[in-house]
Design a protein around this ligand. Structure first.
Ligand code: 5CA
Length: 452
């Protein structure tokens, strides 16, 4: 992309309404524009990051054997009356009436709709296990939408639903989701710690929230500091292996880590004092096992091996895709702007032309642009006729992890400058070597799965 042809409406002033860094930076970097309270337009740069996160979520879900689909945002109230949640959900649900006076709603989640799909098409235990998911906009009429996309009213969420014959199978699905979520967050450059939580309006007793530690987080959390040392890393987990998934679950959830809803001082006191931590966190996902709550209420049964109908065991599993952008920025920024982790950056490398209009400098920039594109990387080339200072400030603000700076002086010596946004360190090397180095840096972030 060439900046002269892009739409990147960066703001010079710090927007007064934004209280936290991620909200401020998303507005300043021209990623979002508020449409109304808690509802945002995703401008091109923000949209690009959103799509990147969506792709990572798809890849890791597909890797775990879960099946993508898409359900609508608007739902009929009928299904919610069947489950009993139409009244129970309260004012957070946006209720709509259509021209035929039918009660509709903008879906805050999809347990009812997916259960209806399941009961319409699946009747035998032989078709299990099954996990379906989609990534779709949700609406919750939050009392206090705030912090930009972090607590929106309209937000983008991945929600997946497992259908299993037995509780044991459903708990394997729970553990499988836990593993796939850990992988997902680590690919995004985040550490999200599973913590025992409360299930709220979704229901069930088994639930973990995934929290990214951040001072600006809305949740109060209590944990054993040893949990922050555990990483999934590059382990090759077989998602069909009950034992492997359970081992990861136990490794990540045995130490004390709870949100304030389930915090227990007596149990916490057993953690060695020097490892007891109280902090704040951003909830970026939650997994639930709720057994037969919806399948019984809505008649989602299958014929078991003995020929008798049994209600299926279910769970639901959510990732806050749009909220994750806020969480990533909270964890990765400095005074000058955002610092994207390589796995989620909207463009892989910025190119700054220090002397736009100079034939040699322009040609060198074009050659680097083409070389990066040829190896499947996306550069963002600042080809505008602007002062160098302004170009650097914009690049720092939008936070691309790498920048190649091209000027006549360097070219005379056959070099360009490759700069890391995170460390601020630069090195001079030939244009070919800079491209080669970037190819190596991004190699581990290439996707290896076809997604929808
Ligand atoms: N049906 C279940 C699992 S799919 C469910 O709805 N779970 S949830 O309520 O925990 O939501 C899943 C994730 O969506 C949360 O962990 C959070 O990251 C994100 N989320 C929830 N509310 C908001 C909101 N108002 N703004 C942005 N993200 C949100």
């Amino acid at each position: 992309m060439r900046l002269s042809r892009y739409f990147l409406p960066v703001l010079k002033e710090t927007p007064a309404e934004a209280q936290i860094a991620s909200h401020r930076l998303m507005l300043r970097a021209g990623m979002i524009k508020q449409a109304s309270a808690g509802i945002y337009s995703w401008l091109p740069l923000g949209f690009k990051v959103l799509r990147k996160l969506e792709n990572i979520v798809h890849e890791e879900q597909i890797r775990a054997g879960h099946i993508p689909m898409l359900m609508p945002t608007l739902q009929s109230a009928e299904l919610w009356k069947e489950s009993g949640r139409y009244d129970a959900y309260g004012p957070e649900m946006l209720r709509i009436r259509d021209r035929h006076d039918r009660d509709m709603l903008y879906g805050p989640t999809n347990e009812e709709m997916i259960t209806d799909i399941f009961r319409s098409h699946v009747s035998s235990y032989k078709d299990l296990p099954l996990t379906l998911y989609h990534i779709q906009w949700k609406f919750r009429d939050e009392v206090r939408p705030r912090f930009g996309v972090m607590r929106g009213r309209e937000f983008f969420m991945k929600d997946g639903y497992n259908f299993d014959l037995t509780k044991e199978d459903a708990l394997h699905a729970y553990n499988r989701h836990l593993v796939s979520y850990l992988r997902t967050y680590e690919r995004m450059g985040l550490q999200a710690i599973p913590m025992r939580a409360d299930s709220g309006p979704i229901g069930g007793d088994d639930t973990h929230e995934f929290l990214v530690l951040a001072e600006t987080g809305e949740s109060e959390v209590f944990y054993d500091s040893a949990v922050t040392d555990i990483r999934l890393g590059a382990r090759d987990i077989d998602y069909d292996s009950v034992d492997q998934c359970q081992a990861v679950m136990e490794e990540f959830t045995s130490l004390y880590a709870r949100t304030d809803e389930t915090h227990d001082e007596t149990v916490f006191a057993e953690v060695p004092e020097e490892r007891r931590r109280t902090a704040r966190g951003i909830e970026v996902g939650q997994i639930f096992y709720f057994g037969t709550k919806y399948s019984e209420a809505m008649g989602a049964t299958v014929q078991g091996p003995d020929g008798k109908p049994v209600p299926v065991h279910m769970g639901s599993h959510g990732i806050g895709v749009s909220r994750l952008i806020g969480a990533i920025i909270e964890a990765n920024h400095d005074d000058n702007g955002i610092i994207w982790p390589e796995g989620v950056t909207p463009y892989h490398c910025g190119i700054i032309n220090l002397k736009q209009g100079d034939a040699d400098t322009d040609a060198a920039c074009e050659a680097i642009y083409a070389a990066l594109a040829a190896i499947g990387l996306e550069p963002l080339y600042d080809d505008r006729n602007e002062r160098a200072g302004g170009k650097f400030a914009t690049m720092d603000l939008i936070g691309l992890p790498w920048r190649i700076t091209v000027g006549p002086r360097g070219l005379k010596n056959g070099v360009v400058e490759l700069t890391s946004r995170r460390s601020g360190e630069s090195e001079e090397l030939s244009a070919e070597d800079a491209v080669k180095k970037l190819a190596g840096i991004y190699e581990p972030h290439r996707s290896d799965i076809a997604h929808p």
